[in-house]
Ligand binder design. Structure first.
Ligand code: GSH
Length: 205
């Protein structure tokens, strides 16, 4: 049995972690959950993630939930994969900013746009401000390339890249040339190709 166990459903946000694990290149096991059958709400799984959501990752006896936290954790726990910016490196500030920006700004901006609220909240009350600013900020960050942190591909790209990939796939954001070029660079990565093929096979089964 591998030391790492991913609680997974395909396709879902846990596919982000599958990609991350393939990038790291260590063995892992999967525990599959059928979300449509409510397996994420069983008492056994709620003991792992009380939110009743995937992904969750077990590393030995450590449990981590929330996709961006899992990616941050894995990058630090397996530094030999070169996907983290270590503590003490000045670039870690920007690296952490992008890891948090995915779930705290990009995701809510995209979801709010897909499912508009009856009453428009005040910009100052929304952590992400407004959709167009979020898109402009991300476009400016990925435009120089190849990755958010320059030449180094990091866990931040797994988070921000997954967000952009998914949102463009479902036409939830404009296919800006900066986004298309950035995401296009990932499609060639063997780790993403392995994770995607394995998840497609799971989804089809
Ligand atoms: N904030 C969580 C979101 C996780 C999430 O929403 N997962 C969805 C799948 S994409 C889920 O488990 N949905 C099942 C449910 O809510 O019942 C993260 O980033 O990990």
């Amino acid at each position: 049995m591998a030391k790492l166990m991913l609680y997974h459903a395909a396709p879902s946000r846990s596919s982000i972690i599958r990609w991350m694990l393939e990038e790291i290149g260590v063995p892992y096991d999967l525990q599959l959950l059928k979300l449509a059958e409510g397996e994420q709400h069983t008492p056994a799984y709620r003991a792992i993630n009380p939110m009743g959501k995937v992904p969750a990752l077990k590393h030995g006896d450590v449990v981590i939930t929330e996709a961006a936290a899992i990616c941050t954790y894995l990058a630090d726990a397996f530094p030999q994969a070169g996907l983290n910016i270590p503590i003490g490196d000045k670039r870690r500030g920007a690296y952490l900013k992008w890891l948090f920006f995915g779930p705290s700004c990009m995701e809510p901006a995209v979801v709010d746009r897909a499912f508009p609220r009856k009453e428009e909240p005040r910009r100052g009350m929304l952590g992400y401000g407004d959709f167009d600013t979020v898109m402009d900020v991300v476009a400016n960050a990925v435009e120089p390339g190849p990755y958010l942190m320059g030449n180094q591909f990091t866990a931040a790209d797994v988070i921000v890249g997954s967000n952009l990939r998914w949102a463009m796939m479902f036409d939830l954001i404009p296919k800006r040339p900066e986004f298309v070029a950035y995401v296009g660079r990932f499609e060639q990565r063997p780790a993403l190709q392995r994770a995607t093929a394995a998840d497609q096979a799971l989804a089809a089964a």
